[in-house]
Design a protein around this ligand. Sequence first.
Ligand code: HEC
Length: 132
Amino acid sequence: MRITRLIAGAALLALLAGCGGASPSESTAPAPTAATASAGGGDVSAGADVYKSTCSSCHAPDAGGLKGLGKDLVGTAFMSQDGDDLVTFLKVGRGPSDADNTTGVQMPPRGGNPSLGDDDLTNVVAYLKSLG
Ligand code: HEC
C-alpha cells in the first residue's frame, strides 16, 4: 500500500520535473475536490461517510485492517479488482467457511448494514480505491 503510493508519488515527481516547472496555465487549474467522481463511478466523499459509519469498526479508520476483525483494504490485490466486482462481493460478503476466507472471521453482507443500497456500496468502493 505505502509502496504503491511511493511509486505513484515518484512517478508524479518525475513527470513534474520533466515539464521543467509548471506553466502559468497549469498552476491556475482548479485542484480536484474530494467530491469528484472516481473513474469507476461513485462519489468518494459520500463513500468516506459510508466507510466511517459501517466499515471502520472492523477495517480500522485508515482501512489498514484490524487483526481478528477485518483485513487491510488499501491498495491490495483484492482491491485492485474491477469496482463492479467489488460491489458484487460486498453484497454477499464472505462467510468463515468460505474457501477464500483467510481469517476465520465473517465479512458480513453489506458490512452488516442492510440499509446500505448498491449506490452506497459503489461509493464506498470509490472511496477505498482512492486510498491506494
Ligand atoms: C464485523 C466486521 C466487519 C465489518 C463491519 C466489515 N467487514 Fe469487511 N471484512 C471483515 C473480515 C473479517 C474480512 C476478512 C474475511 C476473510 O478472512 O476472508 C473482511 C473482508 C473484506 C473485504 C475483502 C478483503 C480481501 O482482501 O479479501 C472487503 C473488500 C471488505 N471486507 C470490505 C468491507 C466494507 C466496504 C465494509 C463496510 C461496508 C466492511 N468490509 C465491513 C469484517 C468486516
